[in-house]
Design a protein around this ligand. Structure first.
Ligand code: AMP
Length: 288
């Protein structure tokens, strides 16, 4: 496994793979690698001849200094995990390369970033898309792998790749969960045992919404009331948003009922347990 902190060297290796006619799969991460990241690496391994990962704790996508400081990541453990998952090339990004002094060339996906997380975390997606665009232009992968846990992020990156003709195919991968249903996240390490149990309310509530939709309920008010009531039953969980939206546009349905469009429906929740922010969603791809 080649490990480099140099963007030039990472670009050189990635170019050598391409020139040799090998397909490349790229998995960008913030570090703090866990089963969710491993699943993306395995999918890339199964579809591409060379697997490239990046680890860069991108400061521009964090909404608070505390969240950034407390982000649990260990370079040594990340590299061990990447070796186990048989990555070929690891780029350890540095701010000096990715956000150099005087940086002013932001990439902003305008509309898809407005609802859901975008409404509560101004500048977050601009930070994500700018750094992902940077990474894509260094690595120039054939395919890049993103988790559905961060559905809006994946949708925004896919839009950017299409709008800017970046030549990268965006692959979306299912959310990896603990046995309790809790979506695995680096931030979960900051939850106590009791808080971790409380956090399961999110998946339980989302699953109940999915079941109701699959059983034919299409009234948004009814679905949202049930979702909010379940989330409210857990005193440790503070809801930031609970939404049912068109999975293509991420917009609410105008008529008060679900309308089945090209990508189906997304039920999405974000909230806090203590200072730990949790997000999760259920994607119902087509009319049941
Ligand atoms: P992060 O390091 O949190 O930016 O995550 C890097 C990639 O891993 C993103 O595409 C995430 O959506 C994905 N990811 C994070 N957690 C999970 C999970 N539990 N299941 C699947 N993918 C995940």
């Amino acid at each position: 496994m080649i490990v480099t902190r140099s963007s030039e060297e990472a670009a050189r290796w990635a170019r050598a793979y391409r020139t040799a006619g090998l397909s490349t799969g790229f998995v960008p991460t913030l570090g703090g690698l866990h089963e969710g990241h491993h699943s993306l690496l395995r999918r890339a391994r199964s579809e591409c001849e060379k697997v490239i990962a990046s680890v860069y704790l991108n400061p521009t996508q964090f909404h608070s200094a505390e969240d950034l400081e407390k982000y649990p990541a260990s370079e040594e453990e990340d590299l061990a995990a990447l070796r186990r998952e048989r990555a070929d090339l690891v780029y350890l990004g540095r701010a000096a390369d990715l956000l150099p002094d005087g940086f002013q060339s932001w990439v902003d996906v305008e509309i898809l970033t407005r609802p859901l997380c975008g409404a509560f975390r101004p500048g977050h997606f601009r930070g994500v898309t700018t750094v992902v665009a940077q990474l894509f232009s260094i690595i120039r992968p054939h395919r890049a792998y993103f988790g559905l846990k961060d559905y809006q992020q994946a949708a925004v990156v896919r839009r950017m790749a299409r709008d800017l003709s970046l030549g990268v195919e965006i692959r979306l991968c299912p959310t990896v969960r603990e046995a309790s249903g809790l979506a695995i996240s680096s931030r979960n390490r900051r939850l106590s045992a009791g808080e971790r149990e409380a956090a399961c309310v999110v998946h339980r509530a989302l699953e109940a919404a999915r079941r109701a939709i699959e059983a034919g309920e299409d009234r948004i008010q009814v679905l949202l009331a049930a979702l909010e009531q379940q989330l409210g039953s857990e005193p440790l969980f503070r809801t930031e948003y609970a939404e049912i939206v068109d999975a293509a546009t991420l917009e609410r349905f105008g008529g008060g009922r679900i309308e089945w469009g090209e990508r189906g429906v997304l039920v999405a929740v974000a909230g806090y347990i203590g200072s730990v922010r949790l997000i999760d969603s259920e994607w119902i791809e087509a009319r049941p």
